[in-house]
Design a protein around this ligand. Sequence first.
Ligand code: NAP
Length: 323
Amino acid sequence: MAPVPTIKLSSGYEMPQVGFGLWKVDNPVAADAVYNAIKAGYRLFDGACDYGNETECGQGVARAIKEGLVKREELFIVSKLWTTFHDREHVEPIARKQLADWGVDYFDLYLIHFPVALEYVDPAVRYPPGWQYEGDEIRRGKATIQETWTAMEGLVGKGLVRSIGISNFQAQLIYDLLRFAKIRPATLQIEHHPYLVQQELLNLAKHEGIAVTAYSSFGPASFKRFNMEQVAEVGSLLEDETIHKIAAKYNRPASQVLLRWATQRGLAIIPKTVRPPHMACNLASIEFDLAEEDIATISAFNRGIRFNKPSHYFPTDLLWIFA
Ligand SMILES: NC(=O)c1ccc[n+]([C@@H]2O[C@H](COP(=O)([O-])OP(=O)(O)OC[C@H]3O[C@@H](n4cnc5c(N)ncnc54)[C@H](OP(=O)(O)O)[C@@H]3O)[C@@H](O)[C@H]2O)c1
């Protein structure tokens, strides 16, 4: 297997360009998925409070370390601050809880998951807290992004996290954050696939020295289980005829073409799968190069379609993060 390339972050640390996504990895299989992924060669794991599986993911890590497959310092563990913990006094306690769940004493990267603060929910009451306060009720919190970012910087100072970053942020707020950040965001994690290319946001990130990680690289595939009408309206990228034609040229599966399109554009990727054959396949996507004309053909799929919006998951007139 070819070594996984790394991206040098503004924090000075190297981040693997191909990692493993942990959203919707169900609890009973999460430990095995992480363990199998380490065996397959993954070193970066993309977790979050909201995924509700950090304890089990940590168990997979512990087993791999115990068996001598890998050392902690060879792993790159990513986690995220959930929206209900944005107040300055909640950032460190929740980061410490998440570290304890993973069974590690630092995160390599800790991201603000979404640029919106919701009202605090005590982890003893409900964990993970999710979007809704109770029933369908959304209660926004009072913390500004500056308050939250300053608290994130405090985590770096205490050695609890090595790098900090943002997710689901767009240009205006990034410019604002760069005005007050003492530590600049090392990475920006965004939804990115051929239906949502976001070239201008990528240009901004490049110019500001912020590495970008793509999530939901297979587009609608990840959102099938939510019965979203937006998914039904567009075709599957994994079954798309043009993607298949390109894939046939290289004798590669469509999945690898979608992933390589992203990494050749300079992004990191974090595909999720619970199937060992898919794990190996996704990691091997770096082993070939697409021609520029094929990259351009895939980029021309862009339709500005965003699947990962709260308003797609539950009825809400109160939370329009990407409006
Ligand atoms: N920051 C955020 O707000 C945010 C939002 C969404 C996601 N993320 C992160 O990004 C990661 C990846 O995104 P995602 O989970 O939405 O979606 P994804 O990686 O685009 O797609 C996952 C889906 O594709 C299937 N799949 C994986 N490899 C495949 C292959 N080689 N061939 C065919 N099907 C394949 C998986 O099924 P099987 O498991 O059956 O293989 C699963 O249904 C997440 O797990 C999470 O870590 C972050």
